[in-house]
Design a protein around this ligand. Structure first.
Ligand code: NAD
Ligand code: UGA
Length: 482
């Protein structure tokens, strides 16, 4: 059923490469799948016998890796060997926003894609189908094609001239539900020119995806559709977050407004949850990329339109931190704030572009002392994101609040440690466990007057108010001050 494809290599063992190839391997036992990466630590963790230590956390992923690893799923740093053996190569490397040079701050940095293409050009043998899995600016396939067709193979590989087909097959999974999204995708998008190559990739997906969900387009439409999908999703979040501010100003409730508009089948109910502002590695970078491309192609009005989505998100994150300062009498100096959640959404350990990073930094700047809890994010990762070490690691002063200076932070394993003597609790990630807290118990530990700020609307507000705490939640125009 899998046609000619017997050996797949995926370059990049990250949040996309790891789960995507694991699900593919599970459904295609006759194909050998090798996931390669230059990051030795990451590969070591993918090979860790203890499945709890896989480098990324995704519900359901551990059991798939446990079933396939060592059979037809392998993780390795030997790029040369696995590229040379492969009939099909997925490029699934990072494509962050450029930080310097032309297009800095907006355009995608394609250096990892280019180096992957050069490695493929050096080591591939025979005919190889190269699949763009990374999210890429429109017309990147042209660059890859040129590198593949003009580079010299490595000296040891010169017995025959390699040939290539290029396909675009962007990934639409969401973190936290990656396995579910891969098992049952809304669609699989394949862009390309060569029918045999398209057929070979479609046949792989046909092992578990219905034929009518596999869409074929030209390669440029496929590349642009991925950027557009993320831009549309992010635009919905900025739209509802903008309305949340208006709700707070007018006495309306954003949840009611979302329900009312979401039941219009033309609008739909998903992606209308107001929160602390969207995070994640892709929304911002992909929209900025779209903005850059629009300006590049002489379409400033289109660029301005999409840039507004990112501006609104940045403003909204600031709005949350400003509001906290205001509610706590205009100053946070020396005040303890318990922060619940640091990941950019629930069910992932990923903190890239998490709203928590900017909001925590803003609160630290105002002098707050933060006690941060997240069930999956390590103190090490929080330290990298905040750019400072936690106080408990530095001086052993944990729990003795008087030893903390303004702007210090600690990471805590127990929510009760975070709540003790806190002036406020700020919920930033919608982890299930945060919706079931005992507010009577927590209220007794806090310094009064105390506040609960729920940026995800998952807390039972009645219980918080009954416990004698002040309450704010995003987009709720009711006044819950005691
Ligand atoms: P990631 O940073 O988690 O993983 C990328 C991996 O590629 C890293 O481990 C890195 O070491 C490796 N790498 C880079 N250059 C390499 C090279 N030359 N050879 C071998 N390995 C190399 O990134 P990610 O989140 O998996 O995203 C990958 C791509 O997929 C991006 O373009 C992103 O926009 C897109 N995407 C991401 C998601 C998501 O949920 N994270 C979803 C859809 C699409
Ligand atoms: C997003 C897209 O949903 C995926 O289709 C896409 O493949 C992926 O980006 C990508 O290209 O990287 P992801 O960022 O993993 O997936 O997660 P989302 O569920 O989209 O959430 C993104 C952010 O928006 C999170 O911070 C989340 O909390 C926030 N969000 C989401 C809201 O604030 N409200 C919502 O209603 C939905």
């Amino acid at each position: 059923m899998n046609g000619q494809i017997k050996n797949i290599c995926c370059i990049g063992a990250g949040y996309v490469g790891g789960p995507t190839m694991s699900v593919l391997a599970a459904h295609c036992p006759d194909i050998q799948v090798n996931v390669v990466d230059i990051n030795h630590e990451r590969i070591k963790n993918w090979n860790d016998p203890n499945l709890q230590n896989l480098p990324i956390y995704e519900p359901g992923l551990g059991s798939i890796v446990g079933r396939c690893r060592g059979k037809n799923l392998h993780f390795s740093t030997d790029l040369q060997r696995h590229i040379s053996l492969a009939d099909m190569i997925f490029i699934s490397v990072n494509t962050p926003t450029k930080t310097k040079g032309i297009g800095a701050g907006q355009a995608s940095d394609l250096k990892w894609v280019e180096s992957s293409a050069r490695q493929v050009a050096s080591y591939a043998q025979g005919h190889t189908i190269v699949v763009e899995k990374s999210t890429l600016p429109v017309r990147t396939a042209e660059v890859i094609k040129e590198i593949l067709n003009t580079s010299q193979p490595a000296l040891t590989m010169q017995s025959e001239v390699p040939t290539f087909d290029i396909l675009s097959n962007p990934e639409f999974l969401s973190e936290g539900s990656a396995v579910k999204d891969l098992e049952d995708p809304d669609r699989v998008l394949i862009g390309g020119e060569n029918n045999n190559a398209i057929k070979a990739l479609s046949e792989i997906y046909r092992n578990w995806v219905d034929e009518d969900k596999i869409l074929h387009t030209n390669i440029w439409s496929s590349e642009l559709a991925k950027l557009t999908a993320n831009a549309f999703l992010a635009q919905r979040i900025s739209s509802i977050n903008s309305i949340s501010a208006l709700c707070e100003a007018t006495g309306a409730d954003v949840r009611e407004v979302a329900r009312a508009i979401g039941s219009d089948s033309r609008i739909g109910s998903r992606f209308l949850d107001s929160g602390p502002g969207f995070g994640g590695s892709c929304f911002k970078k992909d929209i900025l990329n779209l903005v850059y491309l629009s300006r590049f192609f002489g379409l400033p009005e289109v660029a301005d339109f999409w840039e507004g989505v990112v501006h609104l998100n940045t403003w909204h994150q600031k709005r949350v931190s400003h509001l906290i300062v205001k509610k706590l009498f205009g100053t946070l100096a020396g005040k303890k704030i318990a922060v619940l959640g640091f990941a950019f959404k629930a069910n992932t350990n990923d903190t890239r572009e998490s709203a928590a990073i900017q909001i925590c930094k803003d609160l630290q700047n105002e002098g707050a002392i933060l006690f941060i809890h997240d069930p999956r994010v390590s103190a090490k990762q929080i330290a990298i994101d905040l750019g400072s070490e936690p106080i408990d690691k530095v001086s052993g002063a944990f729990k003795q609040l008087t030893l903390y200076k303004d702007g210090d932070w600690s990471s805590v394993d127990q929510i009760s440690d975070a709540a003790k003597d806190a002036d406020a609790i700020l919920l930033l990630t919608e982890w299930e466990e945060y919706s079931q807290l005992n507010w009577v118990k927590i209220a007794k530990q806090m310094r009064k007057p105390a506040w609960v700020f729920d940026s995800r609307s998952i807390i039972n507000h009645k219980k918080v108010i009954e416990a004698g705490l002040n309450f704010w939640r995003v987009g709720d125009g009711s006044n819950w001050e005691v």
